[in-house]
Design a protein around this ligand. Structure first.
Ligand code: NAD
Ligand code: UDP
Length: 324
C-alpha cells in the first residue's frame, strides 16, 4: 500500500521531536492530530501550530486505548531522558508496552501505516561498535535504565508480531541521541544540561571521567530522515537514524563553552549505573534505504543553532520569576 497524504496521528506531538514532526507534516500538506498527555511535553512547543486549521491536539495518555481515524501513525509518546523516564519507571514501561500495543491496535483497525520511535538504547552498553541493526544488544534487564530500554525492545517485538500476525504496515527506527530547539530545559540530558549550565554561568556537570562517547544528531536531520522513511515503500526496518560523528562528553563540554562563552568550569560527578560507554550508529543500511539522506549538521553548527532557543526560554523564566 502506498501512502496518500491525509491524516497523521503523532503521539508525543507536544514533545521535543514530536513538535518538529507536527510542523514538518503540516508543511507538507498533512492534517495533523497530535496526541499528548503533557507529562514532559510543553504547550510552548506547539503554540505556533495552533492557528493552523489542519492541526489538532488531543490530551490523552496512550496507555489508554484511543479511537480516531488515521492514515499514518507516528508513535513518539514516551519520556526519553533518563531523569524523566526513571521518575516513574513502571509507567514508563506501561507506555512502552501497553501504549505501543494500543497504537498498533489503532493501526490495525484503521489500516494506517505506523512508524515506531525506537532507540539506540536497545543496544544497551554495546559490545559491538559502531552499532549495526543486526546487533542484538547488551541490556541489563533489571537496572535503572531497564524500564525504558526493555519497554522499547518489547515495543519493537510487538511491532513485528502485529506485522507478522495481522499484516500491520510497520516502520521501526532506532534513534540515536538527538538535540535542538524544543528540548525541555530540565530534562537532564547532556546537551540541554550543558547549554543551560553554560548560559547561566554554572559549572558543567560531567558524569564519570567524561570519556564516554555519544553521537549527536541535530533535530532537523532526524526529522528529514523520519519523513523520508515514513514514505518509503516495502521496508519495515529497523533502521538506525542519527549522526555517525562520535564525541566524548569532554569534547562536547569544550564545544558548548566555546559557543556560549562565560566562565563555567567542569564539575565531575559520579557516573550513573549502566551508563553506556560508547555509542555510534552504523548508517550503511539507513543510507541505502533512504536514498539521498545523510545527516548534514555538524555538532558545532547544531549547538550554535540551539543556543538562541535555550537563551530565550531561560530569559522568559527569569522574567517570570522577577515579576512575582
Ligand atoms: P520528549 O520527552 O520531549 O517527548 C515525549 C512526549 O511524549 C512528551 O510530549 C510527553 O508528554 C509525551 N508522552 C510521554 N508519555 C506519554 C503517554 N503515555 N501518553 C501520551 N503522551 C506521552 O522526548 P523526545 O526526545 O521528543 O522523544 C520522543 C520519542 O523519541 C520518544 O519515544 C523517545 O523514546 C524517542 N527517542 C528520542 C531520542 C532523543 O535523543 N531525543 C533518542 C531515542 C529515541
Ligand atoms: N551526562 C553528563 N552530564 C550531564 C548529563 C549527562 O556527563 O549533565 C552524560 C551521561 O552520563 C551519558 C551522556 O552524558 O554518558 C549522555 O547522557 P544523556 O542523558 O543525554 O543520554 P543517554 O545516556 O540516554 O545517551
Amino acid at each position: 500500500m502506498s501512502l496518500g497524504r491525509n491524516r497523521v496521528v503523532i503521539t508525543g506531538g507536544a514533545g521535543f521531536i514530536g513538535s518538529h514532526l507536527c510542523a514538518k507534516f503540516l508543511d507538507h500538506g498533512w492534517d495533523v492530530v497530535a496526541v499528548d498527555n503533557f507529562h514532559t511535553g510543553q504547550k510552548r512547543n506547539i503554540l505556533s501550530l495552533m492557528k493552523n486549521p489542519r492541526f489538532e491536539i488531543i490530551r490523552h495518555d496512550i496507555v489508554e486505548p484511543l479511537r480516531c481515524e488515521a492514515d499514518l501513525i507516528l508513535n513518539f509518546a514516551c519520556p526519553a531522558s533518563p531523569v524523566h523516564y526513571q521518575s516513574n519507571p513502571i509507567w514508563t514501561l506501561k507506555t512502552g508496552v501497553l501504549g505501543t500495543m494500543n497504537m498498533l491496535g489503532l493501526a490495525k483497525r484503521t489500516k494506517a501505516r505506523i512508524l515506531q520511535a525506537s532507540t539506540s538504547e536497545v543496544y544497551g552498553d554495546p559490545h559491538e561498535h559502531p552499532q549495526k541493526e543486526t546487533y542484538w544488544g547488551h541490556v541489563n534487564p533489571i537496572g535503572i535504565r531497564s524500564c525504558y530500554d526493555e519497554g522499547k525492545r518489547a515495543a519493537e517485538t510487538l511491532c513485528f508480531d502485529y506485522h507478522r500476525m495481522h499484516g500491520v504496515d510497520i516502520r521501526v527506527i532506532r534513534i540515536f541521541n538527538t538535540y535542538g530547539p524544543h528540548m525541555a530545559i530540565d530534562d537532564g540530558r547532556v546537551v540541554s544540561n550543558f547549554l543551560v549550565q553554560a548560559i547561566r554561568g554554572e559549572d558543567l556537570t560531567i558524569f564519570g571521567d567524561g570519556k564516554q562517547t555519544r553521537s549527536f544528531c541535530y533535530v532537523d536531520d532526524l526529522v528529514d530522515g523520519i519523513y523520508r522513511f515514513a514514505h518509503t515503500e516495502n521496508v519495515t526496518g529497523p533502521i538506525n537514524l542519527g549522526n555517525d560523528r562520535e564525541f566524548t562528553m569532554l569534547q562536547l563540554a569544550e564545544m558548548v563553552l566555546k559557543k556560549v562563552g562565560g566562565k563555567s568550569k567542569l564539575r565531575f560527578m559520579p557516573l550513573p549505573s549502566d551508563d553506556p560507554k560508547q555509542r555510534r550508529p552504523d548508517l550503511t543500511l539507513t543510507k541505502a534505504t533512504l536514498k539521498g539522506w545523510s545527516p548534514k549538521t555538524e555538532l558545532e553548527q547544531g549547538i550554535e543553532k540551539s543556543v538562541p532557543y535555550f537563551k530565550a526560554v531561560l530569559s522568559e523564566i527569569a522574567a517570570l520569576k522577577s515579576s512575582f
